[in-house]
Design a protein around this ligand. Structure first.
Ligand SMILES: *Cc1c(COP(=O)(O)O)cnc(C)c1O
Length: 405
């Protein structure tokens, strides 16, 4: 049962955190690996290619990049991406103020300093503020985060990077399967980083995939990931000579992916485009229904943005903070779990830039704060049917009508 009635009110009973099962083929391969015990990517039988190597090759092909290296998480791959682009302690990195905690975490891990850029009402990065801060901070790095899958005008981003000589690194944790103007995210900058954590678009519990076209970057990334000098077994790599200048200079950070993870991911990658279509169908239903509600605005997206609707964000207009809290509580009572970045204290996955106090200088970002104070964020797991999405929109509508009274 997806719903029940209590006090004449519909209560939604499915879990917002429940993902679909791993495809049968992935489960079978995982069982084989468990039987053989060959879980480590460099523990292969003679003549065998590891599941991780195969995944790297297939993912690079899917994205349209020359190379891919697998990691233990997206956050660790971002950290390594910064290192491969020669970041030095104290260097400044422009990044979105509206992002997830592992992004400033990766910058801090690299000894660098985030410079937060404001967010605009469609939840993408503010290009005017980006350009101003590129000049005022003198940063040489820009780590763009496509937070919740929102992709800004990448033609404009590319121009700004060129004009201000910014090394672009992309956090694509929420855009796997998405792109801008027929070009996949992860291929606009020097390096792109993807997540295979349970809540993203392919699920291995934890995991990260780093892509690049650059021989030197991939050689360093493979060494940092912890290759134990077995980099020759990678299918996705440049010629062995490229490793020579780095192999004694790059430390082993032990951030590898296991064969078990890769075995679960390979069949999911094959299904990804079909899954994206299913997400977007659900997104469209929710977008249409929510936009019909008086106090709700789902920002328009550019026709060039090929997003993946694995979550939806909307802005509540004309409500006070108090009313928004009542709205969230009432939705929660009716089984509709909505996240809000307006809470004073960080909770769950939602922490705002003001909570990252390990950064010595958190700037005033009134515009981002204002956007986040009125923005609601909801997951759309594929375990929800079209009918479920209609029920959720109806509940949100009813709750808002009650609050207006
Ligand atoms: C999940 C996420 C990450 C980090 O991914 P992990 O694999 O959990 O390290 C980075 N950025 C964004 C926007 C995310 O949503």
């Amino acid at each position: 049962m997806e719903q029940k009635i209590s006090n004449n009110k519909t209560i939604f009973t499915k879990e917002f955190t429940k993902q679909e099962p791993i495809p049968e083929q992935g489960i079978q391969r995982a069982l084989e690996l468990l039987q053989s015990g060959r879980l480590h990517r460099y523990n292969t039988a003679p003549g065998e290619t590891s599941d991780v190597s195969l995944l790297e090759k297939e993912f690079a092909e899917y994205i349209g990049s020359r190379y891919c290296a697998a990691f233990s998480s997206c956050g660790s791959s971002i950290y390594v991406a910064l290192k491969c682009c020669s970041i030095q302690p104290g260097d400044k990195v422009l990044t979105n103020a509206f992002t997830l905690a592992p992004v400033p975490g990766a910058i801090q891990n690299a000894g660098a300093v985030p410079v937060f850029v404001e967010c605009i009402s469609d939840y993408t990065i503010d290009l005017v503020d980006l350009e101003q801060k590129a000049v005022s901070s003198d940063a040489n790095y820009f780590l763009i985060s496509y937070m919740r899958g929102h992709i800004p005008d990448m033609d404009a981003i590319s121009k700004i990077c060129e004009k201000h000589n910014l090394c672009l690194i992309e956090d694509c944790a929420h855009t796997m399967g998405g792109g801008w103007n027929k070009q996949n995210t992860g291929t606009f900058g020097k390096v792109g980083c993807f997540s295979t954590q349970t809540y993203k678009h392919i699920n291995s519990g934890e995991g990260g995939l780093l892509v690049t076209n650059d021989d030197d970057i991939i050689a360093q990334a493979i060494l940092y990931s912890g290759s134990y000098m077995l980099y020759d077994t990678h299918l996705s790599r440049p010629s062995l000579e490229v490793f020579e200048q780095y192999k004694k200079m790059i430390p082993n950070y032990s951030l590898r992916m296991t064969n078990l993870q890769a075995a679960l991911l390979r069949p999911q990658l094959k299904d990804l485009d079909a899954q994206v279509a299913r997400w977007n169908k659900r997104y469209q239903i929710l977008e249409n229904k929510l936009n019909k509600i008086d106090l709700v605005e789902v920002p328009k997206r550019s026709a060039k943005e090929h997003f993946v609707g694995s979550s939806i964000q909307f802005t509540l207009t004309g409500l006070t903070r108090g009313q928004i809290k009542s709205f969230l509580e009432e939705c929660d009572d009716r089984g509709v779990r909505i996240k809000w970045f307006g809470w004073q204290e960080p909770r769950g996955y939602t922490s705002s830039f003001e909570s990252w106090q390990y950064i010595s200088l958190i700037p005033d970002l009134p515009q981002t704060k204002n956007v986040l104070d009125y923005m609601c964020d909801m997951r759309i797991p594929l375990t929800f049917t079209i009918q479920d999405c209609e029920t959720i929109a109806m509940i949100i509508c009813e709750v808002l009508e009650d609050i207006k009274k």
